[in-house]
Design a protein around this ligand. Structure first.
Ligand code: SDX
Length: 447
């Protein structure tokens, strides 16, 4: 193993080591370069058993051990439960920052100056409206349509209203698309919510903050001006900050894969919305509430946990591909639960179940051995329910928070010096060289 440190153009030292491997099929030995703790998969292609051999590939279902890109946006240490955005710990951002300031940080790599922030807030505030045709579009959905399905479709539809967004080589267009996506996501979400209740749409109110305006578009009724409760406004701000980005999670990876064929960014973000929808990802916050309701009372927890151990249940809101410790975001969200319940003067019977369930799971080596700890989705649903957000819209809340992250990952992809269209390989397991069988000779057994 050689250890040379090479300075790159920007003076950053890159650790360059190497791996010496022997292919026991041929006795050949190879030196494979190790850079930043990785080997390039393409460097394995030289390892062949014959000249016409395609060469060695890596096989990594779910990309559990594959780095797909270089990124400077978010750093996670799963063992230590560390999350940083552009190097700033999530705990500090949740305490001191705002969602739009964190959005700027994630997108552009530094905390904004006062002028940059006021310009950024002005731009976002003045792009919150959507084309009136979106209302006609939304009216085509069934009254009980899932709001994530409506959001998925509406985000994709934005590409038809801003055809100029497809010019992804233009930095101004990339910036305007980021502003439009972050500004319009709450409006689309609120429109979907109001439609599901048969209520008139509430238009954006530029006098309110980003989260205050979202609460107004959700809940304003006949009052002339909606006055958001500052405690709920701040709790929502923190929730959005905590969801802003999370490196190469499933939905961000989907944005990068689709974005790599160079459609407009709205189409790439629609892929992110679709990935987030699933119960193993952003849909987990809905699944947690359903799980807590199914458990019903703390007395039923031992039987439920036994069912998990038998593989009949999944402890939703627990476990993570990267965190093998308590998700730092879960800890922060937990600290806001009591305050929101007080602000909404809500009792939450589910909170008692959630507290006892967490306690028993963390006392049980089945879970601690598998390093299953609460993740960001475990406590958020209790807050959303207290805010009168319907369970089917919990994942929509996650999508609003994650939008700056999706756009930042997309922007980084557009500027990547190693940009390539995503096109994985496969291990082929099907039949070869089979002949077409006329209908008269088919016996239905697939032969
Ligand atoms: C998010 O990637 C991100 O960063 C995502 C996210 C983000 O901000 O973008 O953090 C947001 O999606 C959080 C995760 C929300 N999902 C859930 O809460 C759903 C429940 N959790 C899981 O299904 C699971 O933990 C995953 C999907 C989150 C992670 O799955 P992995 O990494 O593929 O791990 P695995 O399924 O291989 O599990 C390892 C072991 C297995 O046991 P064995 O077969 O080895 O005996 O742990 C078990 C699993 O069966 N396991 C669980 C479990 N999660 C894993 N068993 C019971 N309950 C669980 N929740």
């Amino acid at each position: 193993m050689t250890d040379e440190t090479q300075a790159t153009q920007d003076g950053q030292a890159t650790q360059t080591d190497s791996l010496s491997v022997t292919d026991n099929r041929t006795g050949e030995s190879y030196d494979i370069e190790i850079t930043d703790g990785t080997v390039r998969a393409m460097d394995l292609r030289q390892i062949k058993v014959s000249e016409d051999d395609f060469g060695l590939m890596t096989y990594d279902p779910g990309y559990s051990n594959t780095a797909s890109c270089r990124s400077a946006i978010t750093y996670i240490d799963g063992e230590k439960g560390i999350l940083e955005h552009r190097g700033i710990p999530i705990e500090q951002l949740a305490e001191h920052s705002t969602f739009l300031e964190v959005s700027f940080l994630i997108l552009y790599g530094h905390l904004p100056t006062e002028d940059e922030l006021s310009q950024w807030i002005y731009e976002i505030t003045h792009h919150t409206y959507v084309h009136e045709n979106i209302k006609d579009f939304m009216s085509g959905f069934r009254h009980d349509a899932n709001p994530m399905g409506m959001l998925l479709a509406s985000v994709g539809a934005l590409s038809t209203f801003y055809p100029e967004a497809v010019d992804v080589s233009d930095s101004h267009q990339r910036h305007v698309s980021a502003v439009r996506m972050i500004a319009k996501m709450p409006t689309l979400a609120a429109f979907a919510y109001r439609r599901s209740l048969g209520l008139p749409y509430v238009y954006p109110n530029n006098d309110l903050s980003y989260t205050g305006n979202f609460l107004s578009m959700l809940f304003k009724m006949a009052e002339p001006q909606y006055e958001p409760d500052p405690r709920l406004e701040r709790a929502l701000e923190v929730l959005f900050i905590l969801h802003a980005d999370h490196e190469q999670n499933c939905s961000a990876a989907a944005v990068r894969v689709v974005g790599s064929s160079l459609p407009d960014p709205f189409s790439a973000v629609a892929a992110g919305v679709a990935g987030l929808y699933g119960p193993l990802h952003g849909g987990a916050n809905v699944a947690v509430l359903k799980m807590l309701k199914k458990i019903g009372t703390p007395d039923n927890i031992p039987d439920f946990l036994e069912g998990v151990k038998q593989g009949n249940e999944r402890l939703m809101g627990f476990g993570h591909r990267v965190y093998k410790n308590y998700d730092p975001r879960a800890r922060i969200i937990r600290s806001h639960v009591d305050e929101v319940l007080e602000a909404t003067s809500k009792e939450s019977p589910l909170l008692d179940v959630a507290i006892e369930l967490e306690k028993r799971a963390l006392d049980d080596e089945y879970f601690t051995e598998r390093k299953l700890y609460p993740n960001v989705d475990y406590w958020s649903g209790i807050i959303y329910e207290a805010m009168n957000i319907p369970p089917d819209a919990f994942t929509v809340m996650f999508a609003i928070g994650r939008t700056p992250g999706w756009m930042a990952q997309w922007l980084e992809l557009m500027n990547d010096e190693e940009f390539k269209i995503a096109r994985p390989r496969q291990i082929y397991t099907g039949p070869r060289q089979t002949d077409y069988v006329p209908m008269s000779e088919r016996n239905g057994s697939g032969s």
